[in-house]
Design a binder for this molecule. Sequence first.
Ligand code: GDP
Ligand code: ZN
Length: 354
Amino acid sequence: MKKKDKKKFKRRNIRLKNMEIDDLDYFEEEDIAEEKRAEKKIPDKAKTSQKANLKLKKGRILEITTNYKCLVKVKNKVLECSLSGRLKQINFETRNLVAPGDWVNVHISENPRIEEILPRQNSLSRFTESEFQQEVLIATNINQVIITASWQNPQLKPGLIDRYICAANLQNIEPIICVNKIDLCQDLAELEGTMDFYRQLQIPVVFTSATKNIGIEELKQYLQDKDSVFSGHSGAGKSSLLNCLLPDLELKVANISDYTGKGIHTTTQSRLIPWKFGGNLIDTPGIKTFNLNKKDKDKIFRIFPGFKKLYPECKFPDCTHTHEVECAVKKAVDQEKFPLARYESYLRIFQSLQ
Ligand code: GDP
Ligand code: ZN
């Protein structure tokens, strides 16, 4: 270890010793266990606190209000917190350092401050198009993503669904496809044909109509007791669906008690809202395109939907299913055992990551 690094290491240890998690008797037993577990996993930079003797309480981010301010639920209170300056320097590759769903440790005071971001179980992110891709965190610590699409207006884009499934597979998030505006569908057989591919992969597909109240109860069953992020093409009817699922959504947001007494912002950002029937919703702004991370280009040929069973049969273990000989994927496409349209979708994604 270099002399300089040794010094740093020593300093960090001292800081850690000085850091104090709140009086144990304030928390219930399971909170304490959770906190201790989480503490072990905190990455070094987020672990060190500049200030000694901080009283930290664990909370979950509900919403990002401005650049470095968020609403955090700590126990049953919602606090508007700022992000500690030190945390802002951790990662330049992400556009936003935190997202709804993040667990954080907050220093409680007149001006509550997030001192630590606890390690994430997973995250759903999209990536900017530029050469140096930046990550845009959509939601973190979630069980499932509800890929919200519509049959028409806007037209169903299975390519976008594929991208979401790839992102979900990379992060161990369960994908669920919701095709809304089913009332506009003239040819159910065609839609079923496209969706069969996903159903055969055990990916749940729910057909809904927010205006005709179709499929809402079925969707609810998938949502119960899970943390779900709703994301999809803008205009597909996500807001209308959420209004069916949470009729008093607006009321609920307005009723959240704000510890600091400042008003709650209405926002076009993602936000976490508890369902009445258990679990949480993370609502996100609609998107039109969804770019994956170029750094995942060496994983995509394994995690693309439907490839799991096929790629072990390819001659080369790192087969990209493009130019290689004896490729099980290409063979399945030739034999019409794998839909050509989905293979072409794969090729477009593969190309976009080069
Ligand atoms: P979002 O951008 O995904 O949140 O979409 P909105 O909920 O704002 O809906 C966009 C448009 O689609 C609105 O004009 C809605 O009235 C309409 N819409 C939403 N759901 C349905 C549906 O199930 N059927 C039909 N026909 N129209 C719908
Ligand atoms: Zn192959």
